[in-house]
Design a binder for this molecule. Structure first.
Ligand SMILES: Nc1ncnc2c1ncn2[C@@H]1O[C@H](COP(=O)(O)OP(=O)(O)OP(=O)(O)O)[C@@H](O)[C@H]1O
Ligand SMILES: [Mg+2]
Length: 300
């Protein structure tokens, strides 16, 4: 649904985006996670055609956004820099006005978009009376009105309270899993990405430092072993499992896929080591994020 390949962006002689690549498949939610100033909005603006990459390829459903802008954009819905709403009009009138600008959008499409975001009840009230969460939902309905295959959302939960974030998360999950829409969400909230996204791309200083499935990130854990011969244990880890560990205080330590732990322990015992204890420092996505970005400022 979305492909970025070696995308660069230079603004005023400064390289802001330094060759990033990632992709999103149908029904997948990708969290684009990074500290302030990392280059998230700059990247999203290029994907929706608000600015041009200096170099590289961006494709939506196989169509280049630079060569085939109209076609590519017809498949994209987005909220960048907050939803575009008229406060003095009702939610319904906001949607009708947007629909009037697009000849392919009918009343049925509006009704469907409203149902997808669960806005049926307050549609006739003025937007000025809406809470931030409802405005965000109306913005989402606007983005969905033309049946996009890809949604691009720049920090959509900024300012929402925990209940609002939770509601928003359920709407996004429903859109991706039931409607098959691919979603790209930028965020600096780790907990949000952990709960809402299938994949994560961690960006800092215009470079992607980590790109993987959220479940894979979480299954990697830092394990400690206390054994009677550290050197022998390290050599075993390296030779048998190709894992490089290190000695920390009087224990050995390595980051492994937890599903390998029983096998590693068995091999220690088979190798004649006495295993005193094994422990794991549970790695949350936040620990990993901080490791990866070396302590860049991030809000939990
Ligand atoms: N038009 C511009 N001119 C000069 N510098 C820019 C311009 N747009 C963005 N930048 C710089 O590019 C970098 C990345 O900005 P960007 O807005 O993409 O970050 P972000 O990841 O969205 O951050 P935030 O979490 O604060 O929204 C920043 O250092 C910013 O100052
Ligand atoms: Mg931004």
């Amino acid at each position: 649904m979305l492909l970025l390949e070696d995308v660069h962006k230079t603004i005023k002689k400064k390289e802001i985006i330094k060759g990033i690549s990632f992709s999103i498949n149908q029904g997948e939610v990708l969290g684009f996670l990074g500290p302030n100033g990392a280059g998230k909005s700059t990247t999203l603006r290029m994907i929706v055609g608000l600015s041009k990459p200096t170099k590289g390829r961006i494709e939506v459903c196989g169509e280049s956004i630079t060569k085939n802008y109209v076609n590519a954009m017809s498949k994209v819905g987005c909220i960048i820099e907050g939803p575009d709403l008229y406060n003095y009009m009702s939610g319904n009138d906001n949607l009708n006005m947007l629909a009037a600008m697009n000849k392919d959008v009918s009343k049925v499409d509006i009704k469907r978009a409203v149902e997808l975001v669960g806005m049926q009840n307050r549609l006739n009230d003025k937007v000025a009376t809406y809470s931030l969460g409802m405005k965000q939902r109306l913005g989402l309905a606007q983005a969905l009105i033309h049946h996009p295959k890809l949604l691009i959302l720049d920090e959509p939960t900024n300012g929402l309270d925990p209940a609002g974030i939770n509601e928003f998360r359920h709407i996004i999950k429903n859109l991706s899993k039931k409607e098959g829409i691919a979603v790209l969400i930028s965020s600096h909230l780790i907990s949000e990405v952990e709960l809402m996204c299938d994949k994560v791309a961690i960006i800092k200083d215009g470079t992607i430092l980590k790109y993987s499935l959220v479940s894979d990130l979480l299954s990697t854990q830092e394990i400690f072993w206390a054994v009677d011969n550290n050197e022998k244990a390290l050599a075993l880890l390296q030779e048998t499992f190709n894992i490089t560990g290190k000695i920390v205080k009087d224990k050995i330590e390595a980051a492994i896929d937890v599903s390998m732990l029983p096998e590693i322990n068995a091999s220690f015992l088979k190798g004649g080591l006495r295993l005193k204890f094994v422990d794991n420092k549970h790695k949350t996505l936040e620990d990993l994020f901080l490791d990866i970005t070396e302590g860049a400022n991030i809000i939990k």
